[in-house]
Design a protein around this ligand. Sequence first.
Ligand SMILES: NC(=O)C1=CN([C@@H]2O[C@H](COP(=O)(O)OP(=O)(O)OC[C@H]3O[C@@H](n4cnc5c(N)ncnc54)[C@H](OP(=O)(O)O)[C@@H]3O)[C@@H](O)[C@H]2O)[C@@H](O)CC1
Ligand SMILES: Nc1ncnc2c1ncn2[C@@H]1O[C@H](COP(=O)(O)OP(=O)(O)O)[C@@H](O)[C@H]1O
Length: 467
Amino acid sequence: MEDAGRAVADAVSARMDSGRVLLLAGGGANGGDAFVAARHLLVRGVEVAVLARPSTHPLTTLNRRRWLAVGGNVAALEPATLRRELRNASVTVDGLLGTGFTPPLRPALAEVTGLVNTWRQGGGQVVAIDVPSGVDAMNAHVPDGAMHADMTVTFMGIKPALLFGTAAALAGEVTVAPLSVVPGWVEQEALAAWPTDAQVGTLLPRRHADAHKGTAGRVWIVGGHPGTTGAPALAGVGALRAGAGLVTVHSTAEVPLVTAELMVHWHTAWPPALAQLRDMARPDAVAVGMGLGPEAVAVTRELLSWGIPTVVDADALRPDLAGAGHDRVIWTPHPGEAARLLGRRAAEITADPLGAARALHDQLGGVVVLKGGPSVVAHAGGLSVARGGHPGMASAGMGDTLSGILAALLGQGMSAPDAAVAGVRLHARAGERAGAAHGYGLIASDVALELGRAWMDVARSAPAGTW
Ligand SMILES: NC(=O)C1=CN([C@@H]2O[C@H](COP(=O)(O)OP(=O)(O)OC[C@H]3O[C@@H](n4cnc5c(N)ncnc54)[C@H](OP(=O)(O)O)[C@@H]3O)[C@@H](O)[C@H]2O)[C@@H](O)CC1
Ligand SMILES: Nc1ncnc2c1ncn2[C@@H]1O[C@H](COP(=O)(O)OP(=O)(O)O)[C@@H](O)[C@H]1O
């Protein structure tokens, strides 16, 4: 609690030039963190006020006494007192509720969060301790009445609500403060990895000077159907821009030749096409399903039986294929497809993306990429959440591009878990770059164009000598 409260005080000091800090302390340990923060701010010369709920929590009552011992004052957290204190405050620290909150928010606290939210709309700043009050740390959906923060100082590891959905939007800028624990404890206890670019950069393959197009990954894209012919084309461009040496689209539809570097092989129908493909030299990786239409399951079942690295996307994401995969398969559902696979509602998927990704992995095996802002990777070694991305990426064709990227990385020899972790980050990084250039009117082709630069950004973040 001492480390936690000090980290909050550090964050508040860094955020404000001058003015008064109002700390709100709840009855649990979250309130204890607020008392510790108040003490550290006071001894640094900051003007501080504390309003608190009654508490019986031993560490919170201890830190309340320590606060009083350094000359601090506490008043009861009542609406009238809060209104008065808010008028004088520049920053409010929300230590009302943390991970011990169980929805719904009770009326007495809902009145408090309502007053603070209104004050914030008038220009005040809110720093939340661990999670904004009224946000369930494990759920990405926000119940009514939650606090809206400009910044959240969370401890040790990031909580799911700070990463996903509407809850993440309430957290503002998130900082993770380390606490004094034995080395390795955080990694062991974490629900999911959250790799930095320095970590992702070490996974990326290097192209050697003697490489040629046949050694840089031969990728097949299998997809397209009348009306959805763009999907495999976008996947093909994604694969090329992620470094694949040779990319061929196989389709029974007339796929547009969006770039001359892409080879497009038109087939009359799938049964004879599969017979022909079976006799050809196998590619290093394949991506299947993008716009593939009604025959997606049959076509994918055949490709999966080859045992080569395979990305399964879009129309091929059907429960019928559970059990047909293998270790080198990456399944890439968005929440709607995930709901179809699991027989749940999409809202259940978006409320708990980590749980949903785990359930999909149990069902499908291999590696699962549950797409979203951000995407979650589930593999036999655990869960990993991608950093970054851009809201402009919520547009058609972005997932097709990702499938091509993943196939390109598999084709360059990466393992399925590494390809998935690196692929979602490269895609997100390219989205950030494209978002900076184009704002919110992003299209998938803009993102594909940024992939080479995104690759270099991530690769250069790796420690010297690894890239
Ligand atoms: N664990 C660690 O290692 C560390 C943990 N740390 C800190 O501890 C925090 C967790 O503390 P915690 O478990 O004491 O719970 P916390 O969030 O303060 O809330 C409990 C209070 O909430 C109340 N309450 C609940 N639901 C409610 C509702 N719907 N509406 C209204 N009230 C509701 C409940 O009331 P009761 O049900 O008892 O009446 C009780 O008073 C964590 O977020 C972090 O800040 C750090 O110090 C670092 C080390
Ligand atoms: N708000 C967002 N922030 C970051 N990435 C996003 C966001 N919205 C969508 N994406 C990304 O865009 C892609 C959308 O995929 P998908 O829905 O399958 O698109 P499509 O089927 O049209 O190709 C996913 O990779 C997802 O992670």
